[in-house]
Design a protein around this ligand. Structure first.
Ligand code: TSX
Ligand code: MN
Length: 600
């Protein structure tokens, strides 16, 4: 029971439908967290890792049929189909509830319904929002303890206020008395991840994994929040936030959007190679940005932890993440060592001689298959990151001076490029793309667009979303808006090798961005935007040959012109919702490219 009549009524209505054996209101205490770990150990869901090697941490393996977000079963249930747009699956809200009600009826038999009040953002922050997740999964309760601020303290600030309603079930009732549970209950056949943007509701059925089940993250903080942000004049974005301090002690904050598999968490925790510069983490996945009274944009990280892809994470690729997951961490679908620690591909140069893989099979380096699932995850408190910023819990947020858009492009897109204006930057965000690889369906080398890295996460029509970005820029004082940049760490030379060393060396690019914002960095105008002027990108001590630097910064007019048909085809998807401002930017780019092409 709470002090919120709406909440109490909803909880009892949902409990009547789901028919759990018990209802437990989560208080958010560490004793409660430990109880959840114990419940998971007892049911066979979790193995406690070695207390000496990985204190207070557990190892979980999911059902092989429940390993990732399920975009084909993710729905935006707005009243009008047009509001979901061409990039979302739409489902009629009434029809959806008619499908979900029978599924949820009795779905928690034999289980406990946990009520998790959570705050996305520092409790009481003017930018934070409250939600309540109802779930029958102790794994979700424990993970939510790490990923959001949860419990009684949230109810205290909620009072009689509004909250996002999230109902989650693994969809695996225990029908008969004494029916044994499975280690990872889920519904292998039926999964639905449904969002009702008008009524700020989420209903998630059948999956216990990550973004499908931890409703505060992708479902609330991106899909529902993007709609709230549109309605209220702010931004809910798929962005990391970092702080960067120069040797004189001046600190600025940068937000950055990257699609998956571009190393967002690595960038958020970067160890700079430029002497005297410092980088600190505010968040690694989501940024909520609102205008302050001073007309500047302020950002919070609505999350409380990191839910990161494990494979590829090592002391070399992300030292600070490895430190953050030394204790108090939930590991899912990694491999298990004989001495009860975890391992995954590339964690160390030499794999352990024997492991148990994520499918519970014996594994050796000779097995010829991956030992961790490629989407294996760590879930750890953000506070454990050695470079977490002092301001990361500041309720007013941090002032954002630059926003980066990054894709994974082997060709065409240079290392860094500053937008000519907010509208031009919005254009750059709207055409973010990666070349398809053999790992994905479709032709290898075709462009896959992921505007603003929001394709799977925008809760409304993407054309309207572009319009919202333009509106944000139009109403603000341009001098107080963040500057917008495009970056690409992944350009390759003719030999197929990466031209830019990436990782810590990206601090050189961040330094240039910092100096552009500070007014000291020099740039040259090109048809696509402003590139570093010769000598303005700090390359001291870097062993990249000048010819490779030329290639990584090259603006290839012909290649850009050749790409415009794909951009046009991408834009056609949005029909009359494509804002005029972006059509203008595309036409202006073409004109600048043609002008430059005519000169050579
Ligand atoms: O995360 C990456 N970043 C950002 C780091 C802050 N990755 C990993 C991407 C998959 C998650 C990168 N991979 C980056 C990068 O900047 N760059 C590359 C490509 C690359 C890979 C290996 C090398 C160089 C570039 N190796 C050598 O140069 C020796
Ligand atoms: Mn993400």
């Amino acid at each position: 029971m709470s002090k919120n009549k709406q909440l109490d009524a909803w909880v009892s209505e949902m409990a009547t439908m789901c028919q759990p054996d018990a209802v437990v209101w989560c208080d958010g205490s560490s004793a409660e967290y430990d109880r959840m770990l114990h419940v998971m150990e007892q049911s066979g869901t979790a193995i406690r890792l070695d207390e000496g090697k990985r204190p207070h941490s557990i190892y979980v393996r999911s059902d092989p049929a429940d390993v990732a977000r399920v975009e084909e079963f993710t729905f935006i249930c707005s009243m009008s189909k047009d509001d979901a747009g061409p990039t979302n699956n739409w489902k009629d809200p009434a029809e959806t509830k008619a499908i979900l009600t029978p599924l949820f009826t009795g779905c928690m038999k034999g289980r406990t319904l946990y009520v998790i009040p959570y705050s996305m953002g520092p409790i009481g922050s003017p930018i934070a929002k409250i939600g309540v997740e109802l779930t029958d999964s102790p794994y979700v309760v424990a993970s939510m303890h790490i990923m959001a601020r949860v419990g009684t303290k949230v109810l205290d600030v909620l009072g009689e206020g509004e909250f996002v309603r999230g109902l989650h079930s693994v969809g695996a009732p225990l029908e008969k008395d004494g029916q044994p549970d499975t280690p990872w209950p889920c519904n292998a056949k039926t999964k639905y991840i449904c969002h009702f943007p008008e009524t700020r509701e989420i209903m998630s059925y059948g999956s216990g994994y990550g973004g499908n089940a931890l409703l505060g993250k992708k479902c609330h903080a991106l899909r529902i929040a993007s709609v709230q942000a549109r309605d209220e004049g702010w931004l809910a974005e798929h962005m990391l936030i970092l702080g960067i301090t120069n040797p004189e002690g001046v600190k600025k904050y940068i937000a950055a959007a990257f699609p998956s598999a571009c190393g967002k968490t690595n960038l958020a925790m970067l160890q700079p190679t430029v002497p005297g510069w410092k980088i600190e983490t505010i968040g690694d996945d989501i940024a909520w940005m609102k205008f302050g009274a001073d007309g500047h944009l302020y950002a919070i990280n609505p999350e409380f932890g990191f839910f990161g892809v494990a494979p590829g994470t090592s002391l070399k690729s992300n030292f600070n993440a490895m430190k953050a997951i030394e204790r108090n961490t939930i590991f899912t679908n990694c491999a298990l060592t004989p001495d009860r620690d975890i391992w995954w591909e590339e964690m160390t140069d030499t794999p352990p001689a024997e492991l148990t893989d994520w499918l519970r099979r014996p594994w050796t380096p000779a097995s010829g298959r991956k030992t961790a699932h490629p989407n294996a995850r760590f879930c750890a408190p953000a506070s454990q990151c050695p470079v977490i910023s002092r301001e990361w819990e500041d309720p007013k947020g941090v002032r954002i001076d630059a926003i980066l858009f990054g894709g994974r492009r082997a060709t065409v897109v240079p290392l860094v490029n500053e937008a000519l204006s907010w509208q031009h930057g919005t254009f750059l965000g709207s055409i973010m793309s990666s070349e398809t690889t053999a790992a994905a369906a479709g032709a290898v080398g075709a462009l896959r667009f992921d505007p603003f890295a929001m394709l799977p996460f925008c809760g409304y029509h993407m054309g309207d979303y572009f319009g919202h970005w333009l509106k944000i820029g139009a109403k603000a004082d341009p001098a107080r808006l963040p500057r917008l940049f495009n970056v690409n760490w992944f350009r390759k030379g003719a030999d197929g090798k990466f031209l830019w060393p990436g990782y810590g060396e990206n601090s050189r690019v961040l330094k240039w961005v910092f100096e552009r914002v500070a007014g000291t960095g020099k740039a040259v105008d090109t048809p696509i935007g402003r590139l570093p002027a010769p000598g303005s990108l700090d390359l001291a001590g870097l062993s990249v040959p000048p010819s490779a630097m030329d290639q990584v910064l090259k603006v290839d007019i012909e290649a850009w012109l050749a790409e415009l048909p794909a951009v046009r085809a991408h834009y056609e998807k949005f029909g009359d919702k494509l804002p005029q401002g972006l059509k203008d930017e595309l036409a202006a780019l073409e004109k600048r490219l043609q002008g430059a092409g005519a000169k050579v």
